[in-house]
Design a protein around this ligand. Structure first.
Ligand SMILES: Cc1ncc(COP(=O)(O)O)c(C=O)c1O
Length: 391
């Protein structure tokens, strides 16, 4: 008999009842160090007092009206995002997948309105992940995600990860945009080198096509900049955001330049919940904290510390780990064993890591994790690796 929860997840037998910063407390009282942060969502840790205050204050005031009316919390957050990024305008969603949907619609509408309706093709790289909607899976293109769900949304071209030569020859008169993650998350913590990011931007400029960046996982301070593309000194035309921006409350956004957004006039897109007062009250507080340069510098410092410790861990367990990957607090351990076994061994040592493609385990701790917690997390990963080697 089918489970009462649709069985699309194989869940670990863990039930967390409480969270405190970088810690998750299991129903049986065990305290787990959380290097997953709900897959890069709880950017400021669990039960962050500032976010709890922002949410509860708003919850006592007003939960939902509608985008038929002015929503001051939404306006305030949009203003903060515009003030701190390349963007001129913002649309709020409830998830990364919804941000992908709008990014695709916006790019196609741009060319439609410019008199080039044939420009619908969006180029993506292998290993990418943009959500589980029809557009999201068609964009990713992998068999794992698309098999059985056809007919797929047409108009996506898939190239090998980072293959600039293939990219140059793939662009033609039907191309609309290039859509990439500056750092692939689900794909196994694979950063696109800054030089490649610059080259992609230059290609878009030269060919008059749009650059869409998916910063759903790598954005909002995760790499030590507010958004990861800043490291390469470039800006996109359209950017997808979610996860960290809500600090655990469902919130996403699409940021765009005035030019890229020019096709999106009244009535062309909408969302019942997107940008509701609760989500935006929390998102505003997240931005106040994360956009502070001192906070971002601290993320980079801690990331350096953690990376150094992880290099030591890899050196101590050459049979289990191959290398450290990633940037900022978006790190990965490439495993020589099935990464699911490392994740399970982590549970045994009361430390949480997240599996990704390419046998990589992801380390995406809350950006507020302390040095002591990083040291403790590595000690627990060391115990996990030792147990796994002995098994
Ligand atoms: C890069 C990227 N894009 C899009 C998504 C989809 O986001 P959501 O699960 O919030 O719909 C994810 C989720 O993991 C992601 O990592």
């Amino acid at each position: 008999m089918i489970a009462t929860l649709l069985p699309t997840y194989s869940r670990a037998p863990l039930t967390f009842e409480k969270g405190e910063g970088a810690w998750l407390i299991e129903a049986d009282g065990r305290r787990f160090l959380d290097l997953g942060a709900g897959i890069a969502v709880n950017a400021l840790g669990h039960a962050n007092p500032d976010l709890v205050e922002a949410l509860t204050q708003q919850a006592g005031q007003l939960w939902h009206t509608s985008n038929l009316y002015e929503i001051p919390q939404q306006q305030a957050l949009a203003d903060k995002l515009v003030a701190n990024t390349f963007a001129d305008t913002v649309f709020f969603t409830n998830s990364g997948t919804e941000s992908c949907e709008l990014a695709v619609k916006m790019a196609r509408k741009y060319f439609y309105e410019k008199g080039a309706p044939e420009r619908v093709e969006i180029i993506t790289f292998s290993g990418s992940f943009h959500g589980r909607s029809s557009a999201g899976i068609a964009a990713a293109g992998s068999e794992k995600m698309t098999k059985g769900f056809g007919p797929l949304l047409p108009g996506f071209v898939h190239l090998d990860f980072g293959d600039l030569e293939a990219l140059k020859s793939a662009i033609n008169e039907n191309t609309c945009a290039i859509l990439v993650e500056p750092v692939q998350g689900e794909g196994g913590i694979r950063p696109l080198p800054d030089a490649v990011m610059k080259e992609i931007r230059a290609l878009c400029d030269a060919q008059g096509i749009l650059l869409i960046l998916d910063e759903v996982q790598c954005g909002v301070g995760r790499t030590g900049k507010l958004f990861a593309h800043e490291w390469a000194g470039i800006t996109p035309d359209i950017m997808m955001v979610a996860k960290g921006i809500g600090g655990g409350f469902p919130l996403g956004a699409v940021l765009a330049t005035e030019n890229a957004a020019s096709g999106m006039t009244a009535g062309t897109h909408g969302s019942t919940y997107g940008g509701n007062p609760l989500a935006c009250a929390v998102g505003s507080k997240v931005m106040d904290i994360v956009a502070d340069p001192a906070f971002l510098d601290e993320v980079s410092r801690k990331a350096g510390f953690m990376r150094q410790k992880l290099e030591g861990l890899v050196a101590s367990h050459p049979d289990i780990f191959e290398e450290v990957r990633g940037t900022g607090l978006m790190l990965g351990l490439k495993c020589k064993v099935a990464c699911g076994n490392v994740v399970s061994a982590g549970y045994g040592a009361e430390v949480i890591v997240v599996p990704a493609a390419d046998d990589v385990v992801r380390l995406l701790p809350p950006l507020t994790i302390t040095d002591e917690e990083i040291t403790e997390a590595i000690a627990r990963l060391d115990r996990a690796a030792t147990a796994l080697a002995a098994a």
